[in-house]
Design a protein around this ligand. Structure first.
Ligand SMILES: Nc1ncnc2c1ncn2[C@@H]1O[C@H](COP(=O)(O)OP(=O)(O)OP(=O)(O)O)[C@@H](O)[C@H]1O
Length: 339
C-alpha cells in the first residue's frame, strides 16, 4: 500500500470534519475520493499532503510514518482546483520550479522539463506565460509541475472542477491515459460520480467525515454497501419498499388493467401500477409508474418501450430485474430520486 491512513480524526472547533477515518490507497493506482460537498474529501487529501494536521491518527506514505513530516518532505505532488501559477514565469519555468528550489543541475532540469511538456502535450507552449494558456492547458501545466519532482504520490483536489464540461471530459480521459503511461499512485477528489466511475481504479466514498465504502467502480455500482452509496453512485427509485436502479426494473404489461387490491405488495414482491408519464431522452424512454402511494421511475430502451407499448394509461407489473442490486428503502421521502 502506498498510503495508509489510520484512525484519523480532524476537527475544526466543534465540527468533526474527519471521524476516525482509516483507508489504504494501493500503489500505482488511480484512486478517487468521492462524496458530497462538505463531506471531508479535501480535508482528507490535505491531511495526507501535510497541509492540515490531524488531531489524532497516523499517515504512512510508502512505508514511512509521515504523520509529523512537513509537507515538503513527504514527496507528494499537489494540484488544486484553482491552480496558482507563477504569472511572470514561462510555462517551462513554472514546470521547472520544484527542481530549481531543490538545486537540481541545469541540464537535468532542461531534460526533465522537455520530457514533461511532451507528456502533457505542451511542448510548443514552453515559452508562453500561463495567462496565454486555456484553462485545460493550465491544469496540464499544473500536473507537469507536480510531476517534476518525481513524487511518490500525486494528490489532485478537484483538478478539473473549474473547467467547462467538454474540457473537463477531455482532461479526464487524458488523465486516465497519462496514468496508464506513468502509473504514479494518484488520489483525486471529486464530487462527480460519473468522473469517479469513468476514471478511477478504486473509489473511496466519503460522507460526513466517514468512509462509507471502498471498492472498484463495479463493486460500488453493483454491490453498494448501503443506501447512501447506492443513491450517490447513480439514480435510484423506490419499488415496493426496496431501492433499485430505474434501468434494473423488469416491466410486464397487464392487458386487463390493474387487478383490484394488487397495489399493496410486500417488500421485494412485484408491484403493479399505471404509467403516468413517459419521456424520451436520447435512446432511452423514462416512465413514471403510479403504484399505490409510490411513483416508480423506470428506464427502458426505445426498442423495449415500443415492443411493450409503454404509454400513459397502460397497466404494468414491475419487479427488480434478475441480478439487479437492491437495497432496503427506509425513507419514502428521499427514496425516489430524479432519473
Ligand atoms: N479550515 C477550516 N476551518 C473550519 N472548517 C473547515 C475548514 N476546512 C474545512 N472545514 C469544514 O470541514 C468540512 C469538510 O470540508 P472539506 O473541504 O473537506 O469537504 P469536501 O468534501 O472536500 O467538500 P467540497 O467538495 O465542497 O470541497 C466542511 O463542513 C468545511 O466547512
Amino acid at each position: 500500500m502506498s498510503i495508509e491512513i489510520r484512525n484519523v480524526r480532524k476537527t475544526f472547533g466543534d465540527f468533526v470534519a474527519l471521524d476516525d477515518v482509516s483507508v489504504s490507497v494501493p500503489t500505482g493506482r488511480l484512486t478517487a475520493l468521492l462524496g458530497p460537498s462538505g463531506g471531508g474529501k479535501s480535508t482528507l487529501l490535505r491531511v495526507v499532503a501535510g497541509l492540515e494536521v490531524p488531531d489524532s491518527g497516523e499517515i504512512e506514505i510508502e512505508g514511512r510514518d509521515a504523520t509529523n513530516l512537513p509537507a515538503r518532505r513527504r514527496n507528494v505532488g499537489f494540484v488544486f482546483q484553482h491552480y496558482a501559477a507563477f504569472k511572470h514565469l514561462s510555462v517551462a519555468r513554472n514546470v521547472a520550479f520544484g527542481l530549481e528550489i531543490r538545486r537540481t543541475p541545469k541540464p537535468e532540469i532542461a531534460e526533465r522539463v522537455d520530457e514533461l511538456l511532451r507528456l502533457v502535450h505542451l511542448e510548443s507552449f514552453a515559452h508562453r506565460l500561463p495567462s496565454q494558456l486555456s484553462g485545460g492547458q493550465r491544469q496540464r501545466m499544473a500536473l507537469a509541475r507536480a510531476l517534476a519532482i518525481r513524487p511518490s504520490v500525486l494528490l489532485l483536489d478537484e483538478p478539473f472542477g473549474a473547467l467547462d464540461a467538454k474540457v473537463r471530459k477531455e482532461l479526464r480521459d487524458w488523465l486516465r491515459r497519462l496514468h496508464d503511461e506513468i502509473p504514479v499512485t494518484t488520489v483525486f477528489v471529486t464530487h462527480d460520480q460519473e468522473e469517479a466511475l469513468e476514471v478511477a481504479d478504486e473509489i473511496v466514498v466519503v460522507n460526513e467525515g466517514r468512509i462509507e465504502q471502498v471498492g472498484t467502480p463495479d463493486d460500488l455500482y453493483d454491490r453498494p454497501a448501503n443506501d447512501f452509496v447506492m443513491g450517490f453512485l447513480g439514480p435510484v427509485t423506490r419499488l415496493g419498499g426496496v431501492l433499485v436502479r430505474p434501468h434494473d426494473i423488469h416491466v410486464e404489461m397487464l392487458p386487463d388493467g390493474v387487478p383490484s387490491g394488487a397495489a399493496s405488495a410486500r417488500p421485494g414482491e412485484p408491484v403493479v401500477g399505471v404509467v403516468a408519464r413517459t419521456t424520451r431522452v436520447g435512446f432511452e424512454v423514462r416512465a413514471e409508474v403510479r403504484a399505490g402511494d409510490e411513483v416508480v421511475s423506470v428506464v427502458v430502451t426505445r426498442a423495449e418501450a415500443r415492443a411493450l407499448g409503454l404509454a400513459p394509461g397502460v397497466a404494468v407489473r414491475l419487479s427488480p430485474a434478475e441480478g439487479a442490486s437492491t437495497s432496503a428503502a427506509p425513507e419514502p421521502v428521499t427514496a425516489t430520486a430524479a432519473v
